[in-house]
Ligand binder design. Structure first.
Ligand code: SAM
Length: 300
C-alpha cells in the first residue's frame, strides 16, 4: 500500500489518519469529563467532508462505549502536559513532528515568546491552514508550518522556517512512528539528537520494534470487529495497518539513552490510571503489549 515518496491529502492514505484522530479528539471534547478540549477538531472534520468521519461526528453514540476514544483523550493529554511542562521549564521552541490537524498552537497557553513549528506533508498543512484561516483562528504562539516529507531533508526545511539549533527545543512525535520506514524512523531520531542542544526535551508514543508493530496489526486483524472495539471499526474503511511499515528499526529508548538522553517510559495502563481513565483490556494472547512502555519522555 505504501511506496517511496508517496504523498497524500487529508482524505486519503496516511493523511486520513490525521483526520481520524481529529475526529476522535472532537468526540472526546464532547464528553462531560473530557480530558482535553479541542474546539478546532470539528472544523477540520466538517471541512474535509469525508463520509465516515462526518457521520461519526453527527452521531458518535456507537463510539461512546468504546474505550478507544478514551485512549485518544489520554494520548492528547500526555502530549499537552509534556509541552506545558517544557514551557514551564523555560523552553521556547516547540516542534510538532507529523503535526497533522494538531491544534496545540491554538489551544495551549504558551509563554508569549514561544515559536511552534508544525512539520507535515504539504497538502495536509495546506488544508489545515485553509480551514484555520476560514475560521479566522488566532494561534497563541508564533506558529510556523513546515511543509516537508519526513523521509526527506526536513531539518533544512525546519531551519529555513527559523528553527534555532542553539536554543533548547521540545519535540513531540505523536501517532507517527509506524508510518515511517525503518531508515526514516532511525534518521528521525539521529536528526532530532543533532538539533537538540542540552535542555531539550522529547515526547513520543513508541509502538516498538517491527515484531511489536506486526503483533499490534495481528491484534487488530483478529479483534477489531469483535470485543475490543465493541463490534464497530472506529476507522471506517481506513485500515491503518496497511499503511504501517514493519521493517527493522532502532529501539528509541535504548538509542536515546546511549546518547545521553534521560528517558522515562510509561505503559498505557499507567497513563490511563494517572488520568483516571479506563483502558481496553487486551486479549490474553496480547497481554504483554499492554505492558509495553509506549509513552516516552526524554530530556537531554
Ligand atoms: N500527530 C498528529 C495527531 O496526533 O493529531 C497526526 C497523527 S496522524 C495519525 C499521522 C500524521 O503523520 C499525518 O498527519 C501524516 O501526514 C504524518 N506523516 C506520516 N508520514 C509522514 C511523512 N513521511 N512526512 C510527513 N508527514 C508524515
Amino acid at each position: 500500500m505504501r511506496s517511496d515518496g508517496d504523498s497524500w491529502s487529508i482524505v486519503d492514505s496516511v493523511g486520513l489518519t490525521a483526520l481520524a484522530v481529529a475526529a476522535f479528539r472532537a468526540v472526546e471534547s464532547d464528553e462531560q469529563d473530557a480530558l482535553v478540549r479541542d474546539d478546532f477538531a470539528p472544523w477540520f472534520v466538517a471541512a474535509a467532508g469525508e463520509h465516515h468521519f462526518t457521520e461519526l461526528l453527527a452521531d458518535s453514540s456507537a463510539l461512546k462505549d468504546m474505550p478507544f476514544v478514551g485512549y485518544m483523550g489520554v494520548r492528547t493529554k500526555f502530549f499537552d502536559d509534556f509541552f506545558l511542562s517544557a514551557a514551564a521549564s523555560g523552553v521556547r521552541q516547540a516542534v510538532i513532528i507529523a503535526a497533522g490537524l494538531d491544534a496545540r498552537a491554538y489551544r495551549l497557553e504558551w509563554p508569549p515568546d514561544t515559536t511552534v513549528f508544525e512539520v507535515d506533508q504539504p497538502k495536509v498543512l495546506e488544508f489545515k491552514g485553509k480551514v484555520l484561516a476560514e475560521h479566522e483562528a488566532r494561534p497563541k504562539a508564533d506558529r510556523r508550518p513546515v511543509a516537508v516529507d519526513l523521509r526527506d531533508d526536513w531539518p533544512a526545511a525546519l531551519e529555513a522556517a527559523g528553527f534555532d539549533r542553539a536554543k533548547p527545543v521540545a519535540w513531540s512525535i505523536e501517532g507517527l512512528l509506524p508510518y515511517l520506514p525503518g531508515a526514516a524512523h532511525d534518521a528521525l531520531f539521529s536528526r532530532i539528537d543533532e538539533l537538540s542542544t542540552p535542555g531539550s526535551q522529547l515526547a513520543v508514543d513508541n509502538f516498538g520494534d517491527s515484531s511489536t508493530i506486526q503483533r499490534f496489526n495481528a491484534m487488530r486483524d483478529k479483534f477489531m470487529d469483535k470485543s475490543l472495539f465493541g463490534g464497530h471499526d472506529p476507522f471506517g474503511d481506513l485500515d491503518v495497518s496497511e499503511l504501517f511499515y514493519a521493517d527493522e528499526r532502532t529501539d528509541p529508548p535504548g538509542w536515546l539513552s546511549e546518547r545521553g538522553w534521560s528517558v522515562q517510559g510509561a505503559t498505557s495502563l499507567e497513563l490511563a490510571d494517572k488520568y483516571d481513565r479506563p483502558f481496553p483490556e487486551f486479549p490474553e494472547e496480547f497481554d504483554d503489549l499492554a505492558t509495553q512502555k509506549v509513552w516516552l519522555t526524554a530530556a537531554k
